[in-house]
Design a protein around this ligand. Structure first.
Ligand code: AMP
Length: 473
């Protein structure tokens, strides 16, 4: 989901989200609350749920974490009973943290009520929104998701699902959608399958979720990933499937494996944890350096550091301890806030660090704030040498498909060489895994130049969707 900054012409996307849906359980609201809780890492700013009990739609949307809004005995949750429910977690770093932008949206169209929730970003949103507004649409939110509602409303098809399909034909970008239409649960993935969506089952109920960790929490069985360009319709009889677009080569977001997804999830047949360990192992093979200890930057660097330690034979130690009661570094919207966030979050385990040559492993460098602080912290704790190793290639390009990244002018690797970055963060050496090393970690022999197996635009600038917001296209 994207927000439009109504005060700026050239809006930037700043949202990452989670979606979840259930059909066929009288506990649909409880399962959705639990699923959203498991997906909290994908969005911490706001949460919402819409349910349908056969007669009536119910909706609740609130700022804050899932547990702040949906808890045992919470009246919000009690009011959401129904046999079908969808939910959403929202993450935003813009100033548009408004209740009107919280999903799922619930709206009244010609055929009845319609609810939708979205993870991803539409790349032709600005053009569509402008043309819809010029021709009379009244927008209630500043999100791109609402465009899908207006396009569905304008379709002349009699069948509500055909109307939604007509809307989907007009959008481009990255999306994993869940929707309640005509007493059915719908799930859709964009034609390149950039954002994840999986199908599961518990008893007779079917589940849609951004990641498999949300199936685990409710004891549901994983059935399969929704395919790129696939739309599934789930009702009491069946799960039916159709393709909304000619299938394009899959370009799943490689950053889901590097950082974004939970390590206990399996996406597109790959364990996120194993992928991260394997990246660490490639990193060790490519960037070996003599050292006493391998230290992960917790939590995101842990599996890669383990892989690095196993491949290099250098002992693994927890040299940095993380305080878990502070949100992700990115949550604070100002630079000052992010800086203090790093200090609040991590502390050196001095006993382990002092007098040692260490290899620090993190998943990525974005602005360089974390690396700078952590290297300084390691030196203050008495480290002799600090070698920084990064389990992704340099992040040189912003994401336009649903992962929060700043513009190029704030991306450290877009602004300077690796040697200069090393100097800036104060490390003795700095090295990143290569793009082919990353692909090898994914089980590929190398990155295919013509049609890469993943979306890796943040590292290569090779944007798979040739639409607005893809620079120089
Ligand atoms: P920075 O401090 O700006 O260099 O950001 C790098 C740190 O933020 C790393 O430790 C990553 O684990 C984490 N990170 C990377 N990408 C993101 C993202 N899109 N949202 C939140 N955190 C991120």
């Amino acid at each position: 989901m994207t927000s439009f900054d109504l005060h700026s012409e050239q809006d930037r996307f700043n949202e990452e989200c989670a979606v979840f849906g259930v059909y066929g359980s009288l506990e649909a609201h409880v399962l959705t609350a639990l699923g959203l809780h498991a997906l909290q890492h994908r969005g911490q700013e706001a949460t919402g749920m819409v349910s349908f009990d056969g007669k009536q739609f119910n909706s609740y949307r609130g700022l804050g974490h899932v547990g702040d809004n949906f808890y045992a005995g919470s009246p919000n949750l009690e009011a959401l009973k129904g046999h079908v429910a969808i939910g959403h977690n929202r993450y935003s770093t813009t100033g548009l943290s408004e209740v009107r932008n919280i999903q799922p949206f619930l709206t009244e169209l010609a055929f009845g009520q319609f609810s939708i929730a979205h993870n991803g970003n539409l790349t032709n949103a600005e053009r569509l929104r402008t043309s819809l507004i010029e021709t009379g649409s009244l927008f209630q939110s500043t999100t791109d998701t609402e465009i899908i509602i207006h396009l569905t409303a304008r379709s002349h098809h009699a069948d509500p699902i055909e109307r939604l399909k007509e809307a989907l034909m007009q959008i481009t970008g990255a999306y994993a959608l869940v929707s309640i239409v005509d007493n059915k649960l719908i799930g859709v993935r964009d034609p390149m399958g950039i954002r994840p969506l999986v199908l599961g089952k518990i008893g007779t109920a079917h589940i849609l979720a951004s990641e498999t960790c949300a199936l685990d929490i409710i004891g549901a069985d994983y059935i399969r990933d929704i395919a790129p360009g696939e739309l599934v319709v789930i009702d009491e009889k069946e799960v039916s499937s159709q393709m909304i677009a000619a299938q394009k080569p899959s370009r799943f977001c490689i950053f889901e494996y590097i950082y974004f997804a939970r390590p206990d999830s399996t996406l597109e047949g790959r364990s996120v944890y194993q992928a991260r360990k394997q990246i660490g192992s490639e990193l060790a093979n490519e960037t070996a350096v003599p050292a006493d200890l391998v230290i992960p930057v917790p939590d995101s660097g842990v599996p890669a550091a383990l892989g690095y330690a196993q491949a290099s034979g250098i002992p693994f130690e927890l040299g940095i301890i993380r305080n878990h009661y502070v949100g992700r570094t990115f949550i604070q919207p100002t630079d000052a806030g992010r800086t203090s966030g790093v200090m609040m979050k991590h502390n050196a385990n001095q006993e382990i660090i002092s007098g040692r040559d260490i290899v620090l492993v993190d998943d990525s460098i974005v602005r360089g704030t974390t690396s700078r602080k952590i290297v300084m912290m390691m030196r203050a704790a008495g480290a002799r040498k600090v070698h920084m190793r990064i389990a992704s290639p340099p992040t040189t390009n912003p994401c336009f498909y649903g992962v929060d990244t700043p513009d190029s002018d704030k991306l450290m690797a877009a602004q300077m060489s690796v040697a200069k970055m090393c100097k800036e963060i104060g490390a003795d050496s700095l090295a990143f895994v290569s793009i082919n090393g990353l692909y090898r970690a994914m089980g590929e022999t190398s990155r295919h130049i013509e049609t890469p197996q993943f979306c890796d635009a943040c590292f290569t600038g090779d944007y798979p969707i040739k639409e607005a917001f893809s620079p120089a296209l």
